[in-house]
Design a protein around this ligand. Structure first.
Ligand code: ZN
Length: 141
């Protein structure tokens, strides 16, 4: 991964073959001490895990695809904090060869060609809290 920062506080990341999108963004959060930001990206991946939250059971089910080529149609999310640590919430939709699109909550995505991620750093801070009724870490404000 390499990245540069614009004067508007936007980080432009290039991820390379074999790198994990989620882990790479977490690393940048630590290096740049990011506590609030929005994330958007595109690229190509071939090993992904996407989750789907079930509000009834309050559990995530996971869909995994390995050794399968996808284009990222859209990667979108935010960076906030939980217990003062960076917390990523990112969703991703991907298209396979015939154009079929799958999507979900991003757990893992390994780059197969390149990844182009823009992180817009925002001023301020938004903490999360675990809401027992919902079963998720919600925005606290
Ligand atoms: Zn989610």
């Amino acid at each position: 991964m390499v990245y540069q920062k614009t004067k508007e506080n936007v980080l432009i990341l290039r991820l390379d073959v074999g790198e994990d999108i989620y882990q790479s963004i977490l690393k940048v959060c630590a290096q740049e001490q990011i506590s609030l930001a929005k994330v958007e990206g595109i690229g190509a991946v071939n090993d992904i895990t996407l989750g789907l939250f079930d509000p009834t059971t309050k559990e995530y089910t996971k869909n995994e695809w390995k050794n399968k080529n996808f284009e990222i149609v859209s990667l979108l999310g935010n960076i906030t904090t939980l217990n003062n640590e960076p917390y990523l919430h990112i969703h991703m939709s991907v298209a396979e060869k015939n154009g079929t699109v799958y999507g979900g909550h991003l757990n893992k995505a390994i780059i197969s060609a390149t990844g182009e991620i823009f992180i817009t750093i925002l001023e301020g801070k938004v903490e999360r809290y675990f809401d027992e009724n919902i079963g998720l870490n919600l925005l606290n404000m």
